[in-house]
Ligand binder design. Structure first.
Ligand code: SF4
Ligand code: SF4
Length: 380
């Protein structure tokens, strides 16, 4: 049976420009609301919140609830692995970070072309299999942003994988890079239960163009925009967990409500979702999910995810005039120790980190052209 998972990738912050300044009291409230609603699946990773995501899970869940009342999923950071000798220390540190003596679910994080240095050169699959045999992991699996053909190759080679975590939402369903539908079919073919990530596409499906929102509202004025996205994923066969990330108490409460009321979509509603997808695709500029995997690689301290978010929101308004998003860009530019779009030196270090395959330096040029103008007080 499918359950709602609490993703801990975009937690509330006390300082919106510093992802390590977590608002623990708000996280506690979110955890309590989630558990009180009858759910128990938490998802974190070694790299979330620049390395303190797992410790936050310990502080807000493990230190406050008995071990048998929750399940924890975390991930081996393939991004940093180049040799076998790193595996044991990282794994031991993860157990310590999380404050547990076993993981319920443990994944190889984003097995894909971006991380092939790790999984081709180091036998990660045998390592996690051994950890399972030693009793430190209940179930082993992998997350991936690779396409269906890639997933098929991996699952064919590694029948020991027990589940997969895939990016699935209505906008990526037929996307030629993400291939949500085809990836789900591959998982089914190999009998692997699926956990879903990004059902709202990093929050993007909560904030869709007005024309698309009107279509949904005209059909059913009582249903929120995100309810359509939740209903789309929550009723797919062979899915065991739908992970939603929340950044405050209100969002997790909404996620719970949407999940609990996720009736199957009718044929007519599927048709509306197709039309909505078309409208969004016609308007979306950058396919960024705000995963922040690119952040650490940037020597110029450019908050790429933030700038792309502002750029997308600005473009949805379709205007050359002042927008609040341009104003937010200006405010950001005045912060200490941050880079703006035009600071990009085109080193391309970020590009290989991006699971959405965005040509980041090229897009940043457009971001600079849009925001770094005299409208916002930048000198041309
Ligand atoms: S290409 Fe630009 S944005 Fe990317 S890491 Fe280099 S300086 Fe940063
Ligand atoms: S640009 Fe790519 S890696 Fe960076 S936050 Fe967006 S989707 Fe993630």
């Amino acid at each position: 049976m499918v359950q709602l998972g609490m993703g801990m990738m975009r937690l509330p912050l006390l300082d919106e420009n510093d992802v390590t300044k977590i608002d623990y009291e708000e996280v506690n409230r979110m955890v309590d609301a989630y558990i009180d609603a009858g759910f128990n699946h938490f998802d974190t990773a070694f790299i979330y919140h620049e390395g303190i995501g797992e410790q936050t899970f310990k502080k807000c869940v493990v230190d406050r609830y008995p071990r048998d009342s929750f399940k924890i999923a975390t991930k081996l950071p393939l991004f940093v692995i180049t040799e076998e000798s790193q595996l044991e220390p990282i794994f031991t540190q993860q157990l310590e970070n999380c404050g547990v003596d076993y993981f319920d679910y443990y994944m190889l994080h984003n097995v894909s072309g971006f991380t092939e240095t790790a999984w081709k050169n180091v036998d990660l699959f045998s390592f996690i299999q051994r950890k399972k045999e030693e009793g430190y992991i209940k179930h082993i699996g992998l997350s991936t942003h690779g396409n269906a053909e890639f997933l098929e190759e991996i699952l064919f080679e590694h029948s020991e994988m027990e589940f997969v975590l895939l990016q699935i939402n209505y906008l990526d369903w037929e996307d030629e890079n993400i291939e949500s539908e085809k990836c789900l079919e591959v998982a089914r073919k190999y009998n692997k239960p699926v956990m879903i990530m990004e059902p709202y596409k990093g929050g993007f499906l909560a904030d869709i163009p007005e024309k698309a929102e009107n279509l949904m509202k005209q059909y059913n004025p009582d249903k929120s925009v995100v309810s359509w996205a939740m209903r789309f994923v929550a009723n797919l066969d062979d899915v065991c967990v739908v992970l939603t990330g929340a950044s405050n108490l209100e969002q997790i409460k909404n996620n719970i409500e949407e999940f609990n009321n996720a009736d199957p979509l009718t044929d007519e509603e599927y048709q509306i979702i197709e039309e909505v997808s078309q409208i969004i695709n016609d308007n979306i500029t950058v396919n960024c999910t705000k995963c922040r995997y690119c952040t650490d690689s940037c020597s110029e301290e450019i908050d790429i995810a933030k700038l792309f978010d502002l750029y997308n929101k600005h473009n949805l308004l379709d205007t050359d005039e002042w927008t609040p998003h341009g104003n937010a860009y200006l405010n950001y530019s005045k912060l200490e120790g941050v880079g703006i779009a035009s600071d990009c030196i085109e080193c391309e270090m970020c590009v290989e980190e991006c699971p959405q395959q965005i040509n980041i330096p090229e897009v940043l040029k457009d971001v600079a052209k849009t925001f770094e103008t005299d409208i916002y007080g930048f000198e041309n």
